[in-house]
Design a protein around this ligand. Structure first.
Ligand SMILES: [Ca+2]
Length: 152
């Protein structure tokens, strides 16, 4: 699956600082996956694409991702979890705690059973937590201009 992604990215040309198939927004490029993976595997696939699971740093950015996820009618993992310390939701790449959230009322739930953050389609893209080993779609991000480095 990862290889298939790499090959498809290799064949794409770069437009406006983002590869085709990557969505530009305010200095970043986002890839909304077409396949599903566990949260950990999703992070690995993003890394193989020279990117990381998306880490929205503002409510505006989070709302953009939510809106785009809604247009695709799917649930997407983000790079936020409370895996390190239960109840402390942090960005995966920096371990900084989030300063805002789009959690749906009643979320997050389930304590140690659900530790990975998702834009949940049944909640219209609001955030919820799910079991990290369950496969879902995911969003990768890379800084605009730092195009994904791919093999091939
Ligand atoms: Ca938890």
């Amino acid at each position: 699956m990862a290889l298939k992604l790499l090959i498809s990215v290799c064949l794409l040309s770069e437009i406006y600082g983002c590869y085709t198939g990557w969505v530009p927004y305010q200095g970043k490029c986002y890839f909304f996956s077409h396949t599903t993976a566990s949260w950990a595997d999703a992070g690995s696939i993003c890394a193989q694409l020279g990117s990381k699971l998306a880490e929205p740093k503002s409510r505006q950015e989070a709302n953009f991702l939510k809106s785009h996820s809604q247009s695709l009618d799917k649930s997407f993992y983000l790079g936020i979890s409370d895996l390190v310390e239960e109840g402390i939701w942090e960005y995966s790449s920096t371990h900084e705690p989030i300063t805002f959230n789009l959690f749906h009322p009643g979320e997050p739930c389930c304590y140690l059973r659900e530790n990975c953050l998702i834009m949940w389609e049944p909640f219209h893209g609001d955030w919820g937590d799910v079991t990290c080993s369950d496969p879902y779609y995911y969003v990768c991000e890379v800084d605009d201009g730092g195009s994904p480095s791919v093999i091939g």
